[in-house]
Design a protein around this ligand. Sequence first.
Ligand code: PNS
Length: 158
Amino acid sequence: MKIAVYPGSFDPITFGHIDIIERAVTLFDKVIVTVSQNFEKTPWFTAAERCEMIKDSVSGLANCEVDHFKGLLVDYVSRMHGTAIIRGLRALSDFEFEFKMALMNRSLAEDITTVFMMPHARYTHVSSSLVREVAGLGGDVSMLVPDHVARMLKKKLA
Ligand code: PNS
């Protein structure tokens, strides 16, 4: 069974993330979308809230699970018997960070391969940080996130 782990902050999940998940589930037997700690970021939503939003977004995908963890990503992937890490690449600006992370993860665990996937071009500009900014300033995020996520953003801002 080929198992892939899609880690990220997902703060919150966007249509860009969902596009990547929908592509990944066609390539792997199981995809585990997991909320992970990024030491550079202070999240808006708790891990439980982010998992809930992801679960609501992927409920139609039979071979997709949602989880969260603390600690080193490669240790988590090994524990889950995964062989691949999925990461989305939107633009050249993502590349340097992703390149370093993929090589660091490979140096920590040679048997785990990072697979980069591109979302549909219509999501190239979509990021969780911009979604938070637009929502925080009262803008319309309905083109960027599912309705249930837009509602969670409103609730958080209230
Ligand atoms: O969505 P993000 O914030 O770009 O995701 C980055 C994330 C969470 C995948 C990365 O920070 C991570 O892997 N964190 C877990 C801790 C870890 O293993 N760090 C070393 C990465 S080389």
